[in-house]
Design a binder for this molecule. Structure first.
Ligand SMILES: [Zn+2]
Length: 433
């Protein structure tokens, strides 16, 4: 025990971390090293076994070489999500040689579980948020990468997946010409697994962790301008995306300078993705365009795979940003959309006047609409129903406003379209619980 305390004290001096509260535990920083795929698997299995009430290991799919795409699901009610609890995810290492985010997500899992019931902020986060942490979306690439290399290997071995495909160029893109086949045709197994996960689950907010720069980059990553860079491509939610990016960069002492790496110049440490450089087929835009999930990309280090001794410092630098960005999932308005009989209406649109991007309800008729503080006019609508009354909703800083909507069946045709559980069918996405 004394040895552990000494090591922790030495670690604190080295990393100049914010002092821990008396009950806070960060034992995972002792003897820092990167976990291999097998070590990650064993560590997550152990966390699940020893904390089965709040942790559950899930595999989202498999890589080309049959490695599992592990995510640790953390919540106080991990086996049965409580109604209206928002879902959050962090995804790391989609470029297999960008390794800081991968290890930080393993640390974050340990931090949340070790400190649940001890640190009030952690307890509240785990009680109120359905958290999914995926350290590696590209485990094959990671196993081909080498610690200490700051740039990618020749031919991007390690960055790309086993089939030499850049996974952050392999998603459907709103500006891409129509491709033959289904939306999944011709895509890599890692991409198909992520697309299916993103579309079938009602995620609200997501962080995508990369390396090779230090900046928070928000949608859109792509445009139809036909240029490489230097032109903003704004989404309808541009203002909240900027604030979400700032949540991370403001709390990151290096990122917020905007000048961490050679030639960097990012005011406040944030950038519109396409303004920096255009990415066609990226995961960030896919989340926003094809699901209800808002995703922001965080580039964490100039060196893609620095020596493991830097990990405690990286944890100290990113910890507050990682936690605060997760807490932002509670910004805005949430509620239920039901019909006049009290039946849930899945796939209803929740419309915010003035923002051309609707959110749809889950199969439990829930919605979560991320919004900045202010006053909004909001209504719900669904096929076969008359729109609800428009409600003036006030959003306060850092808090969730609850607002339910009732919509009425419009016609006899609408009645006939009702399914047995009271929901209207349609050709939109179907959300799992
Ligand atoms: Zn990357």
């Amino acid at each position: 025990m004394i040895k552990i305390l000494v090591l922790l004290c030495i670690g604190r001096q080295l990393v100049q971390a914010v002092p821990l509260s008396p009950t806070e535990v960060e034992d995972f920083l002792i003897d820092p090293r990167y976990y291999s795929y097998d070590e990650l698997t064993n560590a997550f299995r152990k966390l699940e076994t020893e904390n089965s009430q709040i942790a559950k290991l899930v595999s989202v799919g498999r890589s080309v070489k049959n490695r599992e795409l592990w995510a640790l699901h953390i919540n106080a009610n991990v086996h049965n999500r409580t109604l209206l609890t928002p879902m959050f995810k962090y995804v790391g290492n989609m470029h297999g040689d960008e390794s800081i985010g991968r290890q930080l997500l393993i640390y974050l899992a340990e931090y949340l579980i070790l400190n649940y019931g001890k640190v009030e902020r952690v307890t509240q986060l785990v009680n109120d948020t359905d958290i999914f942490l995926m350290p590696s979306m590209n485990p094959d690439g990671y196993e081909s990468s080498q610690e200490g290399l700051c740039e990618s290997k020749p031919r991007y071995v390690g960055r790309e997946n086993e089939n030499s495909v850049d996974l952050n160029r392999d998603f459907p893109d709103q500006f891409e010409p129509h491709r033959a086949g289904t939306i999944l045709s011709g895509r890599q197994p890692e991409t198909v697994a992520m697309m299916t996960w993103i579309i079938s689950r009602p995620f609200v907010l997501s962080g995508n962790l990369h390396g090779g720069a230090v900046v928070a980059s928000y949608p859109y990553d792509d445009s139809n301008a036909g240029v490489q860079c230097c032109r903003e491509s704004k989404s309808p939610d541009n203002e909240i995306f900027k604030q979400l990016a700032l949540v991370y960069s403001d709390r990151h002492s290096i990122m917020k300078t905007g000048k961490a790496c050679k030639n960097d110049n990012f005011p406040q440490g944030i950038t519109n993705g396409a303004y920096w450089y255009e990415v066609r087929g990226g995961m960030q835009d896919f989340n926003y365009v094809k699901s209800n999930c808002f995703e922001v990309t965080f580039e964490l280090s100039c060196c893609k795979y620095p020596p493991a001794q830097t990990l405690p410092q990286e944890w100290a630098t990113n910890k507050e940003s990682l936690l605060s960005f997760m807490e932002a999932v509670h910004w805005g308005v949430k509620g239920l959309v039901m019909n006049e009989h009290g039946d849930p209406v899945l796939d209803a649109d929740v419309v915010v006047k003035g923002i051309d991007h609707n959110i749809t309800t889950s199969n439990r008729c829930e919605f979560w609409r991320l919004l900045l503080p202010g006053k909004y006019s909001i209504y719900a609508s669904a096929f076969g129903y008359s729109p609800s009354d428009t409600v003036e909703v006030e959003v306060a800083p850092g808090k969730t406003t609850i607002q339910n909507f009732t919509i009425k069946l419009e016609t006899q045709q609408g009645n006939e379209l009702r399914t047995n559980n009271g929901a209207i069918g349609g050709d939109r996405w179907y959300w799992g619980a």
